[in-house]
Design a binder for this molecule. Structure first.
Ligand code: PMT
Length: 402
C-alpha cells in the first residue's frame, strides 16, 4: 500500500520509543521504505540496532558519524523523504523545530526537509499542557506541520491525563491518510446508511422552508466509508454536490421522503449515520397554487415532521447509530441529552456559530460524545478528516462488539 513511499521517521527520547518499533514494523509490512533518525536520548531507551533490523536501513543518530554514502546524510534524507514523521516527539524536539534550532541530526534534517512533517507528541501531561509547549504546537500548526494528537490515560510516570503517544495503529492510519491510501481500519462487508444535506418543505409550488446544509459533511463520510470498503447508501436532500463514486444515492426532497427512504433501508444496514439537517417543521397545508401577495401579513401554520433519528433509536438493536447535533448554544448539554434520548452510540456535535464550523464550508469543529457521556473535543479540521475520525470510532465499536 505504501510501496515507493520514502518515510523518514524521527525518534526522540522518551519511554514511548519502543512503540516506534511497532510503527516501523507496520510501515514495512505496508511496503514503505523507512529511514530512522534517532536522537541520542532515544538511543538510550532502545538500541538503534532494533530499528535498523526492522527498517532494514542504517539508523542515523549522530551528525558526525562516518557517512555510509557520499551524500551529506541529513540533506540526503531530507530530500528523499516523501513524508517526515516524528514519533514519539518530545517537548524538546517540538520546541527546537518551533524555535528554528538545528543542533543534532534530527532537528537539522527536519530543518532541511521540504517534505510535509507529521508529529506525534508523547510526554507527561503537565509538560503537554504547559502553555509554552502549546504555543510551540500552535506555531507549528500555523506553519502547516501536522499533528497526531496524543491519547489520554495512565502515563509511564504514573500520572493520568493527556500525553500518551497515539497508538502505532493510529500513527500508521495518519500516514495512510496523508498518502490518501485507504485505511487499514476497514469497513469491508459493512452496510452503511448515511443521510446528508437539507430537506425542503414546500409552502406552495414556488416556495419552501429549508436550511443551510450543503451536504458536504454527509457526502464526505459516504466517500470515506466507500474507500474503506463499505457498501454505502446515501440518502441525500437537494445539494449541488457530485455523487460519490460507488455509492448508491437516493435523492429526497422533504423530511417525509427522508423518513420513508431511511425506514426502507434501515433493516438492511449495520451502521446508520445521520448527518442530514432535517426540518423539524413543515407547513401544515401546502397550497396547490402560488400564494398571492397581499397587503396584510401572512402566517403559515407549521406542524411537526417525524423525528427520524428518535424512531431509529427505538428500533436500533445491535446496529450502530450515530447522530449529529447542530447547536448555537449549550452545545455539549443538548448533544448529551440527544445521545440518551435517541439511544445513540455517539453524537457528533458542532457549534454552527463558530468560524470554520457547521454548514457549507470545507471544515468543521466537532466534539464527539458517547453513550457514557465521554466527550472528545477536536480542533478545526477538514470535513474529510472528521469523516475518518467518525469512521475510526465506528471501527473501534465494531471491534468491541466482536
Ligand atoms: O451539510 P453541511 O453544509 O456540510 O453541514 C453539516 C451539518 C452542519 C449539517 C452537519 O454537521 C450537522 O450538524 N447535521 C445535523 C443537523 C441537525 O439537524 O441537527 P439537529 O440537532 O437538529 O438534529 C439532531 C439529529 O437528529 C441529526 O442527526 C438529525 O439528522 C436528526 N434529525 C433531526 C430532526 C428530525 N426531524 N429528524 C432527524 O432524524
Amino acid at each position: 500500500m505504501l510501496s515507493n513511499k520514502n518515510i523518514v521517521l524521527g525518534v526522540s527520547g522518551g519511554i514511548a520509543v519502543y512503540k516506534a518499533l511497532d510503527v516501523v514494523s507496520r510501515l514495512r509490512k505496508l511496503k514503505a521504505n523507512v529511514n530512522v533518525i534517532m536522537t541520542k536520548a532515544a538511543a538510550e531507551f532502545v538500541s538503534p540496532l532494533s530499528f535498523q533490523s526492522l527498517s532494514q536501513n542504517y539508523v542515523v543518530t549522530d551528525m558526525f558519524d562516518e557517512p555510509k554514502t557520499w551524500d551529506v546524510e541529513h540533506i540526503a534524507l531530507a530530500q528523499k523523504a516523501d513524508l517526515f514523521v516524528i514519533a514519539p516527539a518530545t517537548a524538546n524536539i517540538i520546541g527546537k523545530i518551533a524555535g528554528g534550532i538545528a543542533d543534532d541530526m534530527l532537528s537539522t534534517t527536519v530543518m532541511a526537509t521540504r517534505a510535509p512533517v507529521l508529529i506525534a507528541p508523547a510526554m507527561n501531561t503537565n509538560m503537554y499542557t504547559n502553555p509554552v509547549l502549546q504555543r510551540n504546537i500552535k506555531t507549528l500548526k500555523d506553519l502547516g506541520y501536522k499533528f497526531i494528537e496524543p491519547a489520554s490515560g495512565r502515563l509511564a510516570c504514573g500520572d493520568y491525563g493527556v500525553g500518551k503517544l497515539a497508538t502505532p495503529e493510529d500513527i500508521v492510519e495518519g500516514i495512510l491518510s496523508f498518502f490518501k491510501v485507504p485505511s487499514v481500519k476497514t469497513l469491508r462487508d459493512k452496510k452503511i446508511l448515511i443521510t446528508a444535506g437539507p430537506t425542503q418543505e414546500p409552502i406552495d409550488p414556488v416556495r419552501y422552508i429549508t436550511n443551510h446544509s450543503s451536504g458536504k459533511m454527509g457526502y464526505s463520510i459516504a466517500k470515506s466509508a466507500r474507500e474503506r470498503g463499505a457498501e454505502v447508501t446515501l440518502i441525500s436532500g437537494p445539494t449541488s454536490l457530485e455523487k460519490p463514486c460507488g455509492v448508491e444515492v437516493i435523492d429526497i426532497i422533504t423530511a417525509e421522503d427522508m423518513h420513508r427512504a431511511v425506514l426502507e433501508h434501515f433493516e438492511n444496514s449495520d451502521i446508520i449515520i445521520k448527518a442530514a439537517a432535517v426540518a423539524d417543521y413543515k407547513p401544515k397545508e401546502v397550497s396547490k397554487d402560488k400564494i398571492k401577495k397581499r397587503d396584510s401579513d401572512l402566517s403559515i401554520e407549521l406542524t411537526r415532521n417525524p423525528d427520524i433519528l428518535l424512531e431509529l433509536g427505538r428500533m436500533k438493536k445491535d446496529k450502530i447509530l450515530v447522530g449529529f447535533a447542530a447547536e448555537t448554544k449549550e452545545l455539549l448539554e443538548s448533544a448529551k441529552s440527544k445521545v440518551h434520548r435517541k439511544n445513540l452510540d455517539f453524537i457528533v456535535a458542532n457549534n454552527i456559530t463558530l468560524d470554520g464550523a457547521g454548514f457549507k464550508g470545507d471544515t468543521n469543529i466537532i466534539s464527539i460524545i458517547d453513550g457514557f457521556g465521554k466527550i472528545q473535543k477536536y480542533d478545526k479540521m477538514k470535513k474529510e478528516d472528521i469523516s475518518n475520525i467518525i469512521l475510526d470510532k465506528i471501527y473501534e465499536l465494531i471491534k468491541l462488539k466482536e
